[in-house]
Design a protein around this ligand. Structure first.
Ligand SMILES: [Zn+2]
Length: 301
């Protein structure tokens, strides 16, 4: 093993509509698509804070496994069901500093040895909207006896999402949990009762009260609980570090541990917890990165 000299393989970076293609071991002068060697492809909507990235390895048979290190985390690409490719998810957290961030892609060859490629990925700056909201004071400055409950619940949610299932449980591309339009308020900076208190880490969908809310993809229910701030909340584990959550529900329709198919009703829309009226709070996390759920719909799964 060991890092190969840069000149011992040719790295090709092609700007394309879908993203960047990185080819390892491609002979010079030939397009990456015809590369003799494994092809690592990044697919994304944008390289900005709050965006998910799908990493796919299309092996020509010479690669045994691959991993990608980016933004302080290393992910191993897992075989995609029913295909010769392998994939993994990366999240560019909402609070990622814009600028160049090193990505290291490592491919273990079937014949032994490792090839490594290092590329600076430029994270562009993104301006998130801001707003002023009015809540009952007990939701903005909760009384002492509730602060402990809120702390414990946020710890529990973090713990639930820290348990990564090392296989893909999803079923094709992500879909909307409800067809109503959103407020496009992912990443919104919020002044709650004049105090800059929070960043909105999900997307609010204008679903009417009582409407069915559906799983955005297949997975396993990791949590179905009533939380002080989030209200009645369902969290689905899709595997490979991807979790989606559905908050402020009026009713829970699934239980923890249950396997759910894509489109399965997980609850009914409501306004439980810290909410100003009926809507769905939809959020997606990739490992500990908070990403825009709408961007998940664009990933070519
Ligand atoms: Zn929300």
């Amino acid at each position: 093993m060991g890092r190969l000299d840069r000149r011992s393989f040719i790295k090709r970076v092609l700007q394309a509509a879908a993203g960047i293609f990185l080819a390892l071991g491609a002979p010079q002068g030939r397009p990456a698509q015809e590369a003799a060697g494994p092809l690592v492809k990044l697919a994304y909507r944008a390289l900005e804070p709050g965006e998910p990235v799908l990493v796919t390895l299309q092996s020509d048979g010479t690669a045994r496994s691959a991993s990608v290190a980016f933004l302080g985390r290393t992910v191993v690409l897992r075989p995609a069901p029913g295909s010769r490719s392998a994939f993994a998810f990366l999240g560019i957290d909402l609070a990622t500093k814009p600028g160049p961030h090193a990505m290291v892609i490592r491919v273990d060859k079937a014949t032994g040895g490792t090839e490594e490629i290092r590329e600076d990925i430029e994270i562009a700056e993104k301006a998130f909207p801001s707003t002023k909201l009015r809540f009952k004071p007990e939701y903005v400055t909760p009384p002492a006896e509730l602060r402990e409950r809120i702390r414990k619940e946020s710890e529990l949610v973090a713990w639930v999402m820290s348990v990564v299932t090392p296989e893909w449980l999803g079923d094709g591309p992500f879909v909307l949990p409800h067809p109503a339009p959103s407020w496009s308020n992912f990443g919104q900076r919020r002044l709650n009762n004049e105090v800059l208190q929070s960043i909105h880490t999900g997307l609010d969908i204008r679903a009417p009260f009582g409407d069915p809310i559906r799983a955005a993809n297949a997975g396993r229910v990791a949590m179905a609980s009533d939380l002080y701030l989030g209200g009645k909340t369902v969290i689905i584990d899709h595997g490979l570090g991807v979790f989606s959550s559905y908050g402020h529900l009026s009713e829970l329709k699934v239980k923890r541990g249950e396997a759910v198919g894509k489109g399965r009703v997980v609850g009914l829309c409501g306004s439980t917890g810290r909410s100003t009226g009926p809507h769905l709070h939809w959020a997606v996390k990739i490992f500990d990165s908070r990403v825009d759920p709408e961007a998940m719909l664009r990933l070519p799964l």
